[in-house]
Each structure stands twice: as structure tokens, then as C-alpha cells.
Design a protein around this ligand. Structure first.
Ligand code: DGI
Ligand code: FE
Ligand code: FE
Length: 190
């Protein structure tokens, strides 16, 4: 699908600020794809639709994860996590995207997962470092992302988990598994 066409389809689902974020994720993801030898067209598509369900009805999404997506466990960790797996479902069924790697990149963009594909890593990271993000520590992750995607992801997970702990938010087990696996892999490589 043409970039302009995809952006036109996602726009009515987002606020103005969220649309700006989406364009930032798209541009960042395409740069990362070039840099790390991944398919930049898939990165573009996954990025454009990654937050497609951000503002969907929460009860509808709770019903969807419970009954259609077999991800019932997500319901115990607050409502912020719903938009990722539900977004992939809606994008498949409403937009007609069928590429499983693109759909997985959307499903896992908030938590990551162990053994992510290159495309999944790119969307996970681009969502965090796109130019409109201003969290403390984001520049260090941006710097690492210029040369080592796995190191950038470790720092991003470290900061995200610390942020959640500080606010006494529940940690979703998959977020922790992603972190643990990244650390194990890094140790194996050193
Ligand atoms: O949708 P975005 O704002 O662009 O970014 P995102 O999809 O990464 O969502 C960020 C939100 O997800 C943020 O409010 C923190 C939350 N989150 C990420 N990992 C976890 C989590 N929330 C809980 N409770 N547990 C997690 O492990
Ligand atoms: Fe998101
Ligand atoms: Fe996002």
C-alpha cells in the first residue's frame, strides 16, 4: 500500500499528537530498517498502523483479547497493553494486512517478546525513540540505536521497567521475559 494511502486510513483513528507520533515512528522505523538491513516497506506499514487501536473502546478490546486472541492474562495488567494485540487484529480484519511479521510487530510493540524478528525490534525501538519522544534517557537510547539495536533495546527496557516500578505499576511478565532474554543474549555474546 502507498504510504499516503496508509496514512489516510490511520488518521481518523488518532488524535493530532498521536498522528504526529505515528509519522515519527514511521520515519524512524524506515531509517532503522535501512541501517540494519530489514525490509523498509514492511517497517513503514507496521509503523503507520502500530497504534491503530490506541483509542478504541476498552470493553470491546477486553472482550477481543479474552475471546478471540487467547491473551486473557493481559487483562490483569491495566488497559494500556490492550491496543497492541487488538491493533494487529483490527488491522488484519479492517485494513486487510496479512503479513504475519508486520502483524507481530504491531502485536508486540508495547512489551516486546523473546526472540523478536528484526522487524519487531525495529518497531519496538522506533516507538520509543521517534523524534517527538522526550523521556529522560531517550537520547542515550537514540545514540545506541545508531550502531547496536540489541544494546538500544536493553537500555530501553531497563528504563521502561524502572519507570513502571517507580510508579508502582504492575509489570507484565512478557516485558520481563523480553528483558531477561536480552540480558542472557548479551552475556552469551560477550
Ligand atoms: O502507545 P504508545 O504510547 O506509543 O507506546 P506503547 O505502546 O509502548 O505504550 C506505552 C504504555 O505501555 C505506557 O503507559 C507503559 C505501558 N507498559 C509498557 N510495558 C508495560 C506497561 N504497562 C504495564 N502495566 N506493564 C508493562 O509491563
Ligand atoms: Fe502503542
Ligand atoms: Fe506508539
Amino acid at each position: 500500500m502507498e504510504q499516503s494511502q496508509a496514512l489516510k486510513l490511520v488518521k481518523p483513528h488518532l488524535t493530532e499528537g498521536r498522528y504526529r507520533h505515528t509519522v515519527g515512528v514511521m520515519e524512524t522505523a524506515m531509517i532503522l530498517a535501512e541501517r540494519f538491513g530489514e525490509d523498509s516497506k514492511k517497517a513503514e506499514t507496521a509503523a503507520i498502523f502500530h497504534d491503530y487501536a490506541k483509542y478504541r473502546n476498552k470493553d470491546e478490546m477486553r472482550d477481543l483479547v479474552k475471546n478471540k486472541l487467547s491473551r486473557k492474562d493481559i487483562l490483569d495488567y491495566g488497559s494500556e497493553l490492550l491496543h497492541a494485540p487488538c491493533g494487529a487484529y483490527y488491522v488484519e480484519h479492517e485494513i486487510g494486512i496479512t503479513d504475519q511479521n508486520v502483524l507481530n510487530a504491531i502485536t508486540y510493540h508495547t512489551t516486546g517478546r523473546p526472540e523478536m524478528s528484526g522487524l519487531e525490534k525495529i518497531i519496538f525501538l522506533a516507538d520509543y525513540i521517534e523524534p517527538n519522544r522526550t523521556f529522560p534517557g531517550v537520547d542515550e537510547v537514540r545514540e545506541l540505536a545508531t550502531r547496536n539495536m540489541d544494546e538500544a533495546i536493553i537500555l530501553m527496557l531497563q528504563q521502561t521497567i524502572a519507570f513502571l516500578v517507580k510508579r508502582r505499576q504492575l509489570l507484565y511478565p512478557l516485558t520481563l521475559e523480553t528483558f531477561n532474554e536480552s540480558i542472557r543474549k548479551q552475556r552469551g555474546e560477550n
